[in-house]
Ligand binder design. Structure first.
Ligand code: BDP
Length: 710
C-alpha cells in the first residue's frame, strides 16, 4: 500500500501528515545519539577537502599477519575509514602497488612493550609495533587523529605506554549488581554465559583497547568465591575469549577464605601446606580454562573481608602464597592497601602506611601493592597517599575511582582528569625534588619491575555505558593517562570532546572549559577547604551531622571534627601526626596552618572559625563563600552548555541539560546542609552578599532522610 493513498488521505490531511512527519524527524532525528558508540563514533567527515585528502591516502589496508589482534586492528581501521570517508576500503594481504594505503606490520621498535610507530613510507602509512597489541594501539591512534581531522603527516611518530598494566577494576557482583555502580547493572550476564556471548563485550573491548587498557578485573573486590568454581570459570573464560582478541587480559578478585568456604578445608591460613596446595591446584585449573589469565586482585582484612591477619599472618604472607601459585604461569597478585582498623583512637589516614610500609621488600616478585590515590577513600580531594615513596622495594600500583561514588553518582558532571593529574604530579620528595607519584608508579624512580594503574570502572548496562554522558570522559581520560601520564587534562578534554561531541572549535573550547572547572566546582559545594565525607550512608546525600555508627570512623563527625572552636582534623604533631608519614619538604608545605594551601587546610588543621585565611576572609566566611560559589558555578555550567546546543547531538544535549538542573538543586542541598549544620557551631551569620538558606536544618535533615530510607 502506498504510504498516502488519495482515498485514505485527502490532499490537505496528506500535507499536514507530511509536515508532522518532518517535524517529528527534526525533533527526534533517527540519528539521535544514544551514546553507545562512545568516542568511537567515526562520523562522516563533513569537510569535502579533508575527506578527499584522506581518501587519496587510504585505498587499502594491508595486513599480512594472522593474529586475531592484527585482524581486529585492520577491521577497526576499515570500519572507521569506511564511515568517515563514505567509501569501502578493502583489507588485503599485500600492499597494492601504485596505490596509497595503510600497512600494518610487526617488527621491533624502540621503546617498551606495547608501543607503536606511525611512519610515512613512500605513498603508504605504516603502523609498526613489536607486539600485535601495539599495532592495534597504533591503529586506534591513527583513527583518533583522523577523527579530529588533523593533517595526516602530523600522525607520524612513536608512542609507548609508561605503565605496563593498565586496568579497569569492575566492582561487579555475580547477581548482576555493581557495588558503587550508577549506570545500570553489570555488563556481564553471568546467567547467560558461557553459551550466550553478548556482542556488547566486543564493543567494551574495542573501547578499552582504543585507549590502551590491557587488563580487566571482572568482579568485585568484595569477592564472591563463586567465580572460582568449575561452574563460573567457563563463564569468565568466555569473556576472556572476547577480550584477548583486543589485547586485554582477564583477572579475578578472589575471596581469601575460599579454601575454607569452597574447598572445605579447616583453615585458609596462608602458611598451611594444604591451603597452599589448594591455591596451587585452583590456579592450575584457572590456567587450564584461561591460558592467558592475568592474576588475582585481593582485598584482604579490610572492611570485614577475610585475610591472612585472621591467622596472625601478614599481608606479605597472604600475597606471597598466591604469588607462588601464579608464578609458574607468569600471573601477578595485585594486593590492595585499602585497610583501616576499627580503632577509635587511631587516625584512619595513617592506617595503610602503618600496615604496609614495614612490609616493604617482603613481597614476592610478582606482587604489586595497589594503593588508592589518597590515604582515606576516593574523596573529591585528598592529599596523595603517603605510601607513595615509602615502599621503594615493592612495586606500588595506583587505584583511581572512575565511578563517582563520592562525586554525585551519575547526576553530577565531574571531569576527573584534574583529580588524577593532581595526584600523579604531586611531589613526594622521596629522592629529592621531582620524585612525583607518577614516577613512582611508572617504575622509573625505584626501578620497579612491574608497574600498574587501575581505574574502578564507571560502566554498566545503561545504553550509554556510564549513565551521565559526560562521565564517558572519565573512562577515556583514565586510559589516556594510564598510557601517558604527561598528557594534560586540557588536551584530553579537547580530544575527547572532538571525538565524542563536536569538532566545532569554539564549542570544543566551551565544553572543555566546563570539564576543566567541573571538579573544583563540585569540591566547592561538597567538600571545600579540605573537608571530607567518607561516612557510611548513601555516599550521595549530605549528612555532616551523622554521629552514630558501629565504628567511629564511619561517622561524619570523625572526619570534620566541628566544634564551637573550629573545624578540621589536626594531623600535625599536636594531633594525630599523620604528617609525619610524609617527607620533610611535603610536611613543611602542609604543617603550618598559616601557609598550608587552602585546598588541604582542613585535612591537616583544626582551624578556629574566626581565623583569617590567606584569602583574606576568616574560616567561616571563606567556607560560606565556597559553599555559595559552588551552586552559582553550576548555573554557569548550565549557561555554557546551553551555548553549545547547535553543535551537540540534541538527545545528548537534552540529557545533560536535565542533569545540570538536578546538579544545581543538589548543590544547593549540599550547601544548605553544611552551612546550616556548621552554623550551629560557628554561631556566625551568613556573610553578605549571600542570602540565608531558604530552609531550616531540620527541613534539610528530613529531605536527606528520604534518601536514606529503606
Ligand atoms: C569504599 C566503598 C566500598 C568498597 C571499598 C573498597 O564504599 O564499597 O568496597 O571502598 O575500595 O570506597 O574496597
Amino acid at each position: 500500500m502506498m504510504l498516502f493513498s488519495k482515498t485514505l488521505f485527502p490532499e490537505k490531511i496528506k500535507n499536514l501528515a507530511l509536515l508532522l512527519l518532518i517535524f517529528a524527524a527534526i525533533s527526534n532525528p533517527a540519528t539521535a545519539d544514544d551514546g553507545y558508540r562512545l568516542w568511537l563514533k567515526y562520523e562522516r567527515i563533513p569537510n569535502a577537502t579533508v575527506r578527499a585528502s584522506y581518501s587519496k591516502s587510504f585505498s587499502f589496508i594491508a595486513t599480512s599477519g594472522n593474529s586475531d589482534i592484527l585482524n581486529n586492528a585492520a577491521k577497526e581501521l576499515q570500519t572507521g575509514l569506511n564511515a568517515m570517508l563514505g567509501r569501502q576500503i578493502p583489507i588485503v594481504k599485500t600492499p597494492v602497488s601504485n596505490q596509497h594505503g595503510i600497512i600494518l606490520t610487526m617488527s621491533a621498535i624502540a621503546g617498551p612493550g606495547d608501543g607503536y610507530a606511525i611512519q610515512m613510507q613512500g605513498a603508504n602509512t605504516v603502523i609498526t609495533a613489536s607486539k600485535d597489541a601495539g599495532v592495534l594501539y597504533g591503529s586506534f591512534a591513527l583513527l583518533r587523529h583522523l577523527q579530529q581531522h588533523l593533517p595526516l603527516e602530523k600522525a607520524v611518530g612513536q608512542s609507548s605506554p609508561k605503565i605496563q598494566l593498565r586496568m579497569l577494576n569492575h566492582w561487579d557482583n555475580p547477581e548482576g549488581t555493581i557495588e558503587r555502580g550508577y549506570a545500570g547493572s553489570s555488563l556481564w550476564k553471568w546467567y547467560e554465559l558461557p553459551e550466550t556471548v553478548d556482542p556488547r563485550y566486543t564493543d567494551y573491548a574495542r573501547a578499552n583497547a582504543s585507549i590502551g587498557i590491557n587488563g580487566t578485573v571482572v568482579n568485585n573486590v568484595n569477592a564472591s568465591a563463586r567465580f572460582l568454581t568449575a561452574e563460573y570459570l567457563p563463564k569468565v573464560a568466555a569473556l576472556a575469549g572476547v577480550f584477548r582478541k583486543y589485547g586485554i587480559k582477564t583477572y579475578l578478585s578472589i575471596h581469601f577464605a575460599a579454601p575454607k568456604t569452597l574447598g572445605g578445608l579447616k583453615t585458609s591460613d596462608p602458611l598451611d601446606p594444604e591451603v597452599r596446595k589448594w591455591w596451587a591446584e585452583k590456579t592450575k585449573e584457572i590456567y587450564r580454562t584461561i591460558p592467558d589469565f592475568g592474576g588475582f586482585l585481593v582485598k584482604a582484612n579490610s572492611e570485614g573481608e577475610p585475610g591472612p591477619q585472621d591467622y596472625g599472618r601478614t599481608h606479605a604472607d597472604g600475597a606471597n602464597m598466591l604469588a607462588e601459585a601464579l608464578a609458574p604461569f607468569n600471573g601477578v597478585v595485585i594486593w590492595r592497601a585499602f585497610v583501616y582498623k576499627a580503632d577509635p583512637a587511631a587516625d584512619r589516614f595513617k592506617a595503610a602506611y602503618e600496615e604496609f610500609a614495614p612490609l616493604d621488600g617482603k613481597f614476592a616478585k610478582n606482587v604489586i601493592v595497589q594503593v588508592k590515590n589518597g590515604p582515606i577513600d576516593f574523596q573529591p580531594r585528598e592529599p596523595f597517599s603517603p605510601l607513595f615513596g615509602n615502599m621503594p622495594g615493592t612495586p606500588l600500583g595506583m587505584e583511581f575511582q572512575l565511578t563517582q561514588e563520592y562525586m554525585g553518582f551519575a547526576t553530577h558532571w565531574v571531569y576527573e582528569a584534574p583529580l588524577f593529574k593532581e595526584c600523579l604530579d604531586a611531589d613526594t620528595y622521596v629522592n629529592g625534588k621531582g620524585s612525583t607519584v607518577a614516577r613512582i608508579i611508572d617504575g622509573s624512580l625505584h626501578q620497579y619491575p612491574l608497574t600498574c594503574i587501575a581505574g574502578v570502572a564507571n560502566t554498566g548496562s545503561d545504553r550509554n555505558w556510564t549513565g551521565h554522558p559526560m562521565a564517558q570522559a572519565n573512562w577515556y581520560a583514565f586510559g589516556r593517562l594510564a598510557w601517558d601520564h604527561t598528557l594534560s587534562p586540557e588536551a584530553i578534554a579537547q580530544e575527547w570532546t572532538q571525538l565524542t561531541l563536536t569538532t566545532e572549535s569554539k564549542d570544543v573550547a566551551a565544553i572543555s572549559d566546563i570539564m576543566l572547572r567541573s571538579r573544583e566546582i563540585y569540591v566547592n559545594y561538597n567538600t571545600p577547604l579540605g573537608l571530607s565525607r567518607p561516612w557510611t550512608g548513601s555516599h550521595y546525600a549530605p549528612e555532616p551531622w551523622q554521629n552514630r555508627s558501629s565504628r567511629p570512623d564511619w561517622t561524619a563527625i570523625y572526619y570534620h571534627r566541628a566544634d564551637t572552636l573550629g573545624l578540621g582534623f589536626d594531623r600535625t604533631a599536636t594531633g594525630s601526626n599523620a604528617l609525619q608519614q610524609y617527607r620533610p619538604e611535603v610536611r613543611r608545605a602542609w604543617e603550618n596552618a598559616e601557609t598550608c594551601p587552602l585546598p588541604y587546610l582542613l585535612w591537616f588543621h583544626h582551624i578556629p572559625w574566626a581565623q583569617k585565611l590567606s584569602s583574606g576572609r576568616n574560616l567561616w566566611d571563606e567556607l560560606c563563600h565556597r559553599f555559595y560559589t559552588g551552586p552559582d558555578s553550576v548555573l554557569w555550567m548550565q549557561k555554557q552548555w546551553a551555548g553549545v546546543r547547535a553543535s551537540v547531538d540534541p538527545a545528548t544535549h537534552t540529557d545533560v541539560s536535565g542533569r545540570l538542573v538536578k546538579q544545581y538543586n543538589e548543590a544547593l542541598w549540599w550547601r544548605d546542609a553544611w552551612v546550616l549544620y556548621l552554623q550551629t557551631f560557628s554561631r556566625k551569620p551568613i556573610p553578605a552578599p549571600y542570602p540565608k538558606p531558604g530552609r531550616t536544618l531540620d527541613e534539610v535533615k528530613r529531605s536527606v532522610n528520604v534518601y536514606l530510607m529503606r
